[in-house]
Design a protein around this ligand. Sequence first.
Ligand code: ADP
Ligand code: ZN
Length: 427
Amino acid sequence: MPRPKLEELQLQRLQATVQRCYTKVPAYQEKMDALGVKPEDIKSLKDITKLPFTTKNDLRDNYPFKMFAEPIAKIVRMHASSGTTGKPIVVGYTANDINSWSELMARVYTSGGVTNADIVHNSYGYGLFTGGMGAHYGAERVGAVVIPVSGGLTKRQVMLWQDFGATVLMATPSYALVLAEQAKEMGVDPPRDLKLKVGFFGAEPWTMEMKREIEEKLNIEAFDIYGLTEMMGPGVSFECPYHDGLHISEDHFIVETVDPDTGESLPLGSLGEMVLTSLTKEAFPVLRYRTRDRTIIDRSSCACGRTTARMKRITGRTDDMLIIRGVNVFPSQIESVILTIKGLEPQYVIVVDRGASYMDDLEVLVECTHELHAQGDEAMKKVQEHIGAELQQVLGLNARIKVVAPKTLLRSEGKAKRVVDLREHNN
Ligand code: ADP
Ligand code: ZN
């Protein structure tokens, strides 16, 4: 769709969404009233900045159903975000919402060349988490065969790859690596023994280095996909075959970037916190949601022909950022360093603590390959020093590095937990 036409559609849908929020969700009405904004004030797309932000806390405060814009009779499904601390965020879907979501996920598959001739091995977790069902419905929409495996029982997953001949892998990037590792241990050689061609990975941050690892180890083309429970689940944006940012389905979402500290709108092309507004959702419409995800939006045209804006690969959430001795550190920076050094596995844990002198203490545990391990302590120590020097270069921080034996760190079946920050408990 040409951009002017797309923007016309966005405005129509935005006006309808604002009306829906104002009349059906008291929490939105209160916030809009407090700012003195009425639905009629939204006359152009620019007017979106008149609307209040919605934060995770707003959604939490309205637990479980108070942000729903439709009665239970119209809701056909619910999901919830993991909610590691306190209550989760519950979202609802009408039949139309499930339909749009399936359509958006079908775009993801289609962009990677998946058709009804494909077999999709879906290792995203089924349950309250949106990943499993989102990936499932999208695959059915393109007419592919879906194998609803979910996470876990890794050995069996590799057996199924071989026996069913899956061509498409759906998994978190960290679980894809666990699967690849298992395959190797079972003597499976992907080019020889598997039919996998493409994989769609998301639900957690992953670096370009991680992408290369996955592509090499599984002999596939890896696509980045992005989404979040609050906006629906996976399928908000996805890479096209040019792999130069993730196309946002702007007929369903309006994207803005703001300064994470002041909330001020940022011009296109600057790094900021992504803010999303839903345009078609019935049960759970969301106005200007503060995702806390940091990215850059690019509206230049893409070689693939899609006219939608692209977001740069997400380097981390604003709340993932660690401040260590005053230095801002994103776990992805550490990952990038580790994965460019030979002899290491893409398995690591970052531990931050406060030492006896109240100084922040950064420790990075990294697994080495079997080959390096076999060379003994001296060789491992050398790599250890190399990582330390590289991290010093990139972060300007001294870190304690521990290169550990293969398979000593905990593997994840869904989203990996790579950061342990012990400081909160020490304050
Ligand atoms: P929770 O918030 O409980 O982790 P979600 O599944 O809703 O549950 O997580 C959505 C979040 O996951 C996003 O806000 C983003 O931080 C992260 N995420 C999802 N996809 C990607 C991706 N492709 N790259 C980086 N981060 C991602
Ligand atoms: Zn493109």
